[in-house]
Structure formats: structure tokens, C-alpha cells
Design a protein around this ligand. Structure first.
Ligand SMILES: [Zn+2]
Length: 590
């Protein structure tokens, strides 16, 4: 038995037991709550509806939300511990459809609140200061909301319009199968995207090249068709959000969801645009040296270095590493991380049918979050553990914000998780004198930094350009040419590009699924680097400020949370601070 077998599995029965009377009773209860809540509808319309009643309505709503979070949470946890379990599959479907119905029966409240005249809304807000941000967020979309009839038309038309286009995109691209005859031994098999791209990280240069060439051969052949889908989606996005809803530009619709002002996003992208070629260019030159190549090819960006010898690390040691790293920053952080393990909410064991990947599910502010991952005894698994336990620390520190506000908003969602990884990395670097192990860690960090910061920032710059080009009637070929120019600016002369990468953009699902999403990755990662730099400079004094950021959860806008902690302003210098941390890693490379 391997030592990694020491990894624990959670005790899901602490939440529910499948088929138990308690679960059945709660499912019945959620149905009755869904029936009772609409009784408020009448009171809302009454002229004497009071702030005190408003407060008790919100308590009802919170109660319902807590129930549905636990039930839907349980169904997904139960499914993810064994995805082959058919009972679990149908249970997830059943709970989902009940919750959709429940949500529909609650919608009238949001509609009423959004459209309430400003003076009355302010009066109600004064009665429930604890939920001010949550309530203001609902009203933030009011200026962009159309009449009920128009909203209905858009909803109906989206199903057969933009949403259908996304389904078509997924259907076409999921069907792609790739040849692997570039491999030594000439395997003729046809494999999926995931199976093919494993070879993009092969230690064999020909395998990496072969994988990319095959990937873009397939995407390139269908490029014009996929581009046509993108062009339609981009037009749809602009017509709906700019022409109809009145956002000032196509990206602003996403900024409002993220609650980030455009000038912050602009500053983030402006700095990333100038720093990426310089900072990562230096990294790619060092990586080429380490790989003994005259110049890095685009094929080699994620090439592995000869790995440092590694032994299998027992789970107990991994947990102790995370505890020590967190505790060196703040004992409170270590305590919250360990709580997940001690409460038996952590599943790290290898199990047949278990979902691959990792997540932290914070279902209930009054209970420890649930964490799932598969621990295999590798160093990278300890980083995954630190990442997910970091998420768990975040939501536990924010527990006091209640069910509506204890989840951080997207721009801050990765703050504790990524910071936790940084703490672990520096604790490893401090105690490891072996230069091989140290370099291994640094290359890992830097590959990650490139993929999250530089690459996503240039995606985002391209995306804005592509939306404008579509508006101006550009062809698929012209958009691909613009993408290639974007790559040339990104890599400068540090990386050798090959023409097939011009079609990379049609292979990026985010451009199709969630327009203008990707800058959030750059934002989150650079933010953490920048915070980490403050910690290095300020030491102890920084700790309460960081914990203060976490304890806000999603109870204020990202900018306000950071300002209140004395971090920011989020201007060019702030983002440059993040790049300086990346540069310091590069300097440490031997
Ligand atoms: Zn995460």
C-alpha cells in the first residue's frame, strides 16, 4: 500500500445520509418554503409595508437560501465522490429541478427590489445595514434592465440564439479527434483534446511540436466555421449589451458583474501589456537555457525540466507542511485550514469513480467548508491542498457575513487560495537547500504565473480588439491575423512562433462561453503577488490587513475591500508591484 493511502475521505453523513428520513424531510421542507415565500408578494405591494417587515422577509429568504445551499451542495458532493453512482446522478438532477422551481418562486422579490423608487429603497436599506452591499448589488443592474416584456423576449430568443450557438460550438469541438502518429512508434489512434495535449507537456521536443501542430491542423481546418460562430456571438453581445441595455462598451457589461470600474481594468491590462513581454521574455530566455535550446519555441513554453528526484510524501506530512506554512503567517489561518480536516470535511483519498480535479464547497457559513481533491503523494498535490484549504480559510473568516455575502466576488475569489500557495512555496524555498528542488519549484511557479497573468491578459486584449473588428465587418482571416500580431507582441523575440498559432483563438472556450471573463484571472493572480510583496516588506503589520480582506467575503465591492485594508489604489504601480514579484522569482533561478 502506498503512503499516499494515508489520505482521508470525508464523512458526508455529517451533512446527510442518502435516503435518510432527515434528507426526505428537508426536501419536503424546501418545497413548503417555496410555497410560503410568495405570501410576501401581497405585503410588498401594500403601502404600509414596513422596514421591520422587510428585515423579516430577508431572514426568511436567508433561511431558504441556507437550506437550498446545503441540499444542492450535498447532491453535488455525493455525486463527485463517485460519479459512476447512478443514484447520485439522478439525485443531482432531481434536486436541481426542484431548486430551479424554488428560485422562480422567489424572483418576484428581486424584481420588486430592483424597481423600488430610490427614496423608499434607502429607507429599507437603513433597516438592514448588514445586507447593504447584497441589496445594492441587485439594484446596480437597474439602469441596464429593460421592460419585463423585452426581458422576456431576450430570454426566449437566447435559448435558440446565443445559447444555441454555444451548444453548437461545444458539440462541434468536443467531437474533434486527433491523430497521434507524430509519436515515436507511430501510434495511429485518434484521441480527445485532453489526451492529445498531454503531449504538449512531454519531455520530448518532437512530441510537443507534433501535438500542437495536430491540434491547430484540426482547429485551423474548421477555423472559418468556428470564427463564424464567434462573430455571431460578438454581434449578439454588443447588440444586447450596448445597443439595448446601454452599457458604454462590450466589456463594461462584465465589469458591472465583477463590480470593477473600467479604469481599474484598463490599468491592469495596460501594465500587463507592457510588462509581459519584458518580464516573461526574460523567463523564456532562461527556460530555453535550462532546456538547452538556442531559443524557446512556442511549442516549448510548458515543457517540463528534468524533474528533481522526488519521494512519495505521506499525507500527514503534506498536511503538516501546509499547517506550518499558514501558521508562519497567522495561527488563525492554520487553525481554519486544519478545521476542515478535523471536522472530517476533507476528501483526499484516491477512490474509484471520484471526480478528478479539486474544489472547496462552502455551503453553510455556520459549518466548515467541504474540500475534495485526490492526493497522490507528489509535491504538486501539497500545493493543491494549500490552494483548496486557502479557499476554506477565506469562507470561514467571512462566515459572519451570512449566506448572502460570505462568498467572495469573482475578482477576490482566488485571494486566499493563491496566497496560501505562495506561503507554501516560500516555506519550501526557505528550507530546501537542494538547488534542483528549488529550481523545480520556481519553474513551476513561473509556468503558472505566465499561464495566469501574461497569457490571460493578452487574451483579454485580443478579445476586445476582436469584438471591435467584428463590429467593423472583419473576416475570419483578418481576426486570425490580428491574433497572430497579438502573439508577436506578447512574446517579442523571446519565443519562436509558428504560423498555425494564428488559429489558437478559436480553440479558447471562454471567448465563446463567457465574453470578457479572462481578465479576472490576471487580476486575481497579480493582486496576490502584489499583496505578497507588501507582506515581504511590511511583515507582521500586514497580517491583520490581509485577514481583514478575507473576513469581508463578498460584503463590499472588491475595490472598497482593498481600500479599507489600506491596499491600493489599484493603479499602474500596484500592478507593477505584482510583476516585480515575478521578476524576483526569475532572478532566483539558478
Ligand atoms: Zn481556486
Amino acid at each position: 500500500m502506498s503512503e499516499a493511502a494515508g489520505a482521508p475521505h470525508w464523512d458526508l453523513s455529517l451533512l446527510y445520509e442518502y435516503g435518510s428520513p432527515r434528507l426526505e424531510a428537508d426536501l419536503r421542507k424546501i418545497r413548503s418554503l417555496g410555497c410560503d415565500f410568495p405570501l410576501w408578494r401581497e405585503r410588498l405591494a401594500a403601502p404600509d409595508f414596513s422596514p421591520a417587515e422587510f428585515d423579516s422577509l430577508l431572514s426568511d429568504l436567508a433561511h431558504i437560501q441556507e437550506f437550498s445551499s446545503r441540499l444542492s451542495g450535498y447532491s453535488t458532493l455525493y455525486f463527485s465522490e463517485d460519479t459512476a453512482n447512478q443514484k447520485a446522478q439522478s439525485f443531482v438532477g432531481m434536486v436541481d429541478s426542484q431548486l430551479v422551481e424554488l428560485e422562480n418562486s422567489l424572483l418576484f422579490f428581486q424584481h420588486w427590489w430592483k424597481h423600488l423608487e430610490a427614496d423608499r429603497a434607502e429607507e429599507f436599506l437603513r433597516a438592514v445595514p448588514r445586507l447593504e452591499y447584497y441589496l445594492r448589488r441587485i439594484r446596480a443592474f437597474k439602469p441596464y434592465t429593460l421592460s419585463e416584456a423585452e426581458e422576456r423576449i431576450i430570454n426566449y430568443k437566447d435559448v435558440t440564439g446565443s445559447e444555441a450557438l454555444v451548444v453548437i460550438y461545444d458539440t462541434i469541438t468536443n467531437r474533434y479527434r486527433f491523430r497521434t502518429d507524430f509519436l515515436p512508434g507511430g501510434a495511429e489512434g485518434r484521441v480527445s483534446r485532453e489526451e492529445l495535449m498531454v503531449h504538449a507537456r512531454s519531455h520530448l521536443p518532437e512530441a510537443r511540436e507534433g501535438a500542437y501542430r495536430e491540434f491547430y491542423r484540426v482547429f485551423g481546418e474548421e477555423g472559418p466555421t468556428l470564427a463564424l460562430i464567434f462573430q455571431s456571438l460578438a454581434r449578439d453581445w454588443r447588440v444586447e449589451n450596448v445597443t439595448l441595455r446601454g452599457y458604454r462598451g462590450p466589456r463594461e457589461a462584465r465589469n458591472v458583474v465583477n463590480d470593477l470600474p473600467e479604469h481599474v481594468v484598463e490599468s491592469l491590462l495596460r501594465v500587463s501589456e507592457s510588462e509581459t513581454p519584458r518580464v516573461f521574455g526574460e523567463y523564456f530566455r532562461k527556460k530555453a537555457e535550462a532546456l538547452k535550446l538556442p531559443r524557446l519555441r512556442r511549442y516549448d513554453v510548458y515543457a517540463p525540466l528534468a524533474p528533481a528526484p522526488e519521494r512519495e510524501i505521506p499525507f500527514s506530512e503534506a498536511l503538516e507542511e501546509v499547517r506550518k506554512a499558514f501558521s508562519s503567517f497567522s495561527p488563525r489561518m492554520a487553525e481554519a485550514a486544519l478545521n476542515v480536516y478535523e471536522k472530517r470535511h476533507l476528501s483526499a483519498a484516491r477512490l474509484p469513480g471520484k471526480e478528478s480535479g479539486a474544489y472547496c464547497a462552502s455551503l453553510d457559513p455556520d459549518d466548515a467548508p467541504w474540500v475534495l481533491m485526490t492526493y497522490k503523494g507528489r509535491r504538486q498535490d501539497i500545493f493543491t491542498l494549500a490552494h483548496e484549504l486557502g479557499h476554506a480559510v477565506h469562507s470561514q473568516l467571512a462566515a459572519g457575513r451570512g449566506i448572502f455575502q460570505f462568498h467572495a466576488a469573482l475578482p477576490l475569489a482566488e485571494t486566499a487560495s493563491t496566497f496560501g500557495e505562495m506561503l507554501l512555496a516560500s516555506s519550501f524555498r526557505r528550507k530546501n537547500s537542494d538547488p534542483l528542488v528549488k529550481n523545480d519549484l520556481l519553474f513551476h511557479l513561473l509556468d503558472d504565473a505566465y499561464a495566469t497573468v501574461g497569457r490571460q491578459a493578452f487574451f483579454s486584449l485580443f478579445e476586445a480588439e476582436a469584438h471591435d473588428m467584428v463590429e467593423g465587418g472583419a473576416t475570419a482571416g483578418e481576426i486570425s491575423a490580428a491574433y497572430f500580431k497579438n502573439l508577436q507582441r506578447q512574446f517579442g523575440d523571446s519565443v519562436e512562433l509558428s504560423p498555425e498559432f494564428a488559429w489558437e483563438w478559436v480553440s479558447i472556450p471562454h471567448f465563446f462561453h463567457t465574453p470578457f471573463y479572462v481578465y479576472a484571472y490576471t487580476f486575481g493572480q497579480l493582486l496576490v503577488y502584489s499583496l505578497y510583496r507588501r507582506y515581504e516588506i511590511e511583515g507582521e503589520a500586514f497580517v491583520p490587513r490581509f485577514l481583514g480582506i478575507l473576513s469581508q467575503g463578498g460584503a463590499a465591492s472588491p475595490v472598497d475591500i482593498l481600500n479599507e485594508a489600506g491596499v491600493g489604489p489599484l493603479d499602474d504601480d500596484f500592478w507593477k508591484g505584482g510583476f516585480e514579484v515575478i521578476e524576483s522569482f526569475i532572478k532566483e533561478l539558478d
